[in-house]
Design a protein around this ligand. Structure first.
Ligand code: PGA
Length: 249
């Protein structure tokens, strides 16, 4: 029996006031469930609000959308892993496609962030996925393998750290185009076997999530695919009612 991970990525939505309203509404209805993990990736300014609303609840985790790899210092505007942890985050996204494509983040920077997260006792969710041009050129497999290998390359003792992977085809993010469960499963299988080459059977325990235009209507179908261990949801996670329906899928 798999234990799905349902992750909300609010992106640049839900500042502290809206985050409080969301959490109050969500937690009023979402009863504790031990058969799944829910993660809320909030903007850094809303982390404390989300973490405080959760109290000691271990089935819903606060997450941060991005970190910088240095611990502290002259990096105006950045949030370090220890700072995010201090504000209540338990996990961080790394290499989300908007970080890669809007802000020019490289595989090497992703690798530094993954390593920094683990050092600060944060789990990480490394996001990988191809653009439409790369898909049409038949480069998907080669690309996701490279993003995986390079993104994980600087994390020491990978075999024993807590992390997950989100496969998010760039062409499916925020476009209303969803990869079919079969298409996503095919790439998840590639990712799993690459992970097996890297960390052996421990790879079987690493959740591989799908993301890209997931909504309350298609969530159940995607989650039924044996290779899909969870969902990373953007647009449909910003409102509590829509998120509640996905989290309860
Ligand atoms: P979307 O975003 O669900 O709005 O497509 C997913 C993501 O970017 O994580």
């Amino acid at each position: 029996m798999k234990r799905p991970v349902l992750a909300a990525n609010w992106k640049m939505n839900n500042g502290p006031t809206a985050a409080k309203k969301f959490m109050d509404a969500f937690l009023a209805t979402y009863a504790r469930r031990d058969d799944r993990t829910v993660v809320i990736f909030a903007p850094a300014v809303s982390l404390s609000t989300v973490a405080n609303a959760l109290g000691g609840r271990g089935d819903v985790l606060a997450g941060v959308q991005n970190i910088y790899w240095a611990e502290k210092g002259a990096f105006t505007g950045e949030t370090s892993a220890p700072m995010a942890r201090d504000a209540g985050a338990r996990v961080t996204l790394v290499g989300h496609s908007e970080r890669r494509h809007v802000f020019g983040e490289t595989d090497d920077q992703c690798a530094k962030k993954c390593a920094a997260a683990i050092k600060a006792a944060l789990s990480f969710m490394l996001c990988i996925g191809e653009t439409i041009e790369q898909r049409e050129a038949g480069e998907t497999e080669r690309l996701v393998k490279r993003q995986l290998r390079e993104g994980l390359a600087q994390t020491e003792n990978l075999i024993s750290v807590d992390f997950s992977i989100a496969y998010e085809p760039v062409w499916a993010i925020g476009t209303g185009l969803t990869a079919s469960a079969a298409d996503a499963s095919a790439i998840h299988t590639v990712i799993r076997s690459e992970l097996r080459e890297m960390i052996g059977t421990r790879a079987n325990e690493i959740p591989i999530l799908y993301g890209g235009s997931v909504n309350p209507s298609n969530a159940a179908g995607l989650l039924r695919a044996p290779e899909i261990d969870g969902l990373l949801v953007g647009g449909a996670s910003v409102e509590a009612a829509s998120w509640l329906s996905i989290a309860q899928t």
